[in-house]
Write a protein that binds this ligand. Structure first.
Ligand code: C2O
Ligand code: CU
Ligand code: CU
Length: 418
């Protein structure tokens, strides 16, 4: 740290982690044997990041959710870091507080590298969020919940054995790399920064007793108003920050966070002081973007399943720029999933280098927790989601389905923000 400059080294490395009883599992991580410490960044600060690749194969480091120039800094497939080599990037952070993440993005090995363990949470802070009455004591009442699923074969990962073209699923539910994790609740209110870091799985999160919680933020930061809910759905790469009030439990109680009928983690209630904090009905102002006159609605189509997935009828080609959008202009996009309404897959649509607002789903109002900025949206089978997009930074950026196996197959395209 030096004035407004901060230096980081992030090393992608191989290691071993005790996950199941018995033999350790061979895993990958960032400065760790698995996953990596949460990276805390502050709006307005200039970061210098030294990325080192100690793995036996090429990787990249993508900052999912950061609005930083592309494609090298952003860390998509254009920014390889070769084995034994490093890459230096720098950027000034200019965006609101939110929960983001880093993960590799080398085409076509993203899914397998994430499966091996490369992913870590990123927390962006700013002065606006800093004044809201949210829990923010990291590790005590403000915790990352990185949701992933894995299978093991004699305690080892075997991506090829488990591989599924439509997204690899695991039979164990992990939180922050841990199976059957238990969090000791020592404050009445706990903020969970939930991140779907799975290759494919959709999480439908709820408590075992249907206890209510309050969503305060989504991918792109704090929501305009808090949303009370009993269940939240996260498709691959989406985030939700929620505050859980454990005030009506007593010490010794335990409650589970579940996805569908599978336990994800347990909260063990301890002693805590009463906390009567009430959230304001209005949290933050969402900038009112108006579409730039004269620009048509962009249409993008996600189609197919298995080896037939396509984006706009094509497979990814790094030599091809698929669209352009001028920095500062506001353009509406119709994002369509042509799968059959019954039984067809959800494709989570993600854009690099920008955030967007969700205007409608098949012409209907978006869900109550979709009133803030987003970078990933689950597009249901048979649905067209209208989003409003603005780029603030220059560069070539990816947009793609965030089922990582779909992305690796080529359900991805490039936009140049100019
Ligand atoms: Cu989370 Cu193209 O990435
Ligand atoms: Cu991304
Ligand atoms: Cu998909």
């Amino acid at each position: 740290v030096d004035g407004n400059d901060v230096w980081y080294t992030i090393r992608a490395q191989a290691g071993e982690t005790q996950i199941l009883p018995g033999q350790k599992t061979k895993t990958w991580g960032y400065n760790a044997s698995l996953l990596g410490q949460t990276i805390v960044l502050k709006d307005g600060v200039h970061y210098h990041v030294h990325i080192v690749n100690d793995l036996p194969e090429v990787t990249t480091l993508h900052w999912h959710g950061l609005n930083i120039p592309g494609p090298i800094t952003d860390g998509g497939p254009h920014a390889p870091v070769y084995p034994g080599k490093s890459r230096d990037i720098e950027f000034t952070l200019n965006q609101p507080a939110q929960t983001d993440w880093i993960h590799p993005h080398p085409c076509p090995n993203t899914a397998r590298q994430v499966w091996q363990g490369l992913a870590a949470a990123v927390v962006v802070t700013d002065d606006i969020e800093g004044k809201l009455p949210f829990p923010r004591d990291y590790g005590v009442d403000d915790i990352p919940v990185v949701l992933q699923d894995r299978s093991y074969h004699d305690n080892q990962l075997d991506y090829d054995a488990d591989y599924d073209m439509d997204g690899t699923l695991g039979k164990y539910m992990l939180v922050n790399g841990t199976i059957n994790g238990v969090f000791d609740v020592t404050t009445q209110r706990v903020r969970l920064r939930m991140l779907n870091g799975a290759d494919r799985r959709e999480y439908r999160l709820h408590f075992s007793d249907d206890h209510e919680f309050t969503q305060i933020a989504s991918d792109g930061g704090v929501l305009p108003e808090p949303v009370q809910m009993k269940k939240v759905m996260l498709t691959a790469a989406e985030r939700a920050e929620v505050i859980v009030d454990f005030g009506d439990y007593k010490p010794g109680d335990r409650v589970q966070l579940m996805t569908d009928d599978m336990p994800v983690m347990t909260f063990a209630i301890g002693d805590f002081e009463r906390d009567d904090t009430v959230l304001p009905a209005h949290l933050v102002d969402i900038e009112d973007w108006q579409p730039t006159p004269g620009l048509p609605v962009e249409k993008t189509v996600m189609s197919g399943m298995d080896d037939e997935v396509l984006l706009d009828g094509k497979l990814f080609d790094m030599q091809r720029i698929d669209r352009r959008q001028q920095v500062g202009t506001v353009v509406d996009w119709d994002v369509t999933n042509t799968n059959e309404m019954d039984g067809g897959m959800i494709h989570p649509f993600h854009m690099h280098g920008c955030h967007f607002l969700i205007l409608s789903r098949n012409g209907h109002a978006p869900y109550p927790n979709e009133h803030g900025f987003k970078d990933t949206v689950g597009v249901n089978a048979g649905e067209t989601v209208r989003i409003r997009v603005k780029f603030d930074v220059l560069g070539v950026f990816m947009y793609h389905c965030h089922i990582l196996e779909h992305e690796d197959t080529g359900m991805m395209a490039q936009i140049e923000a100019y």
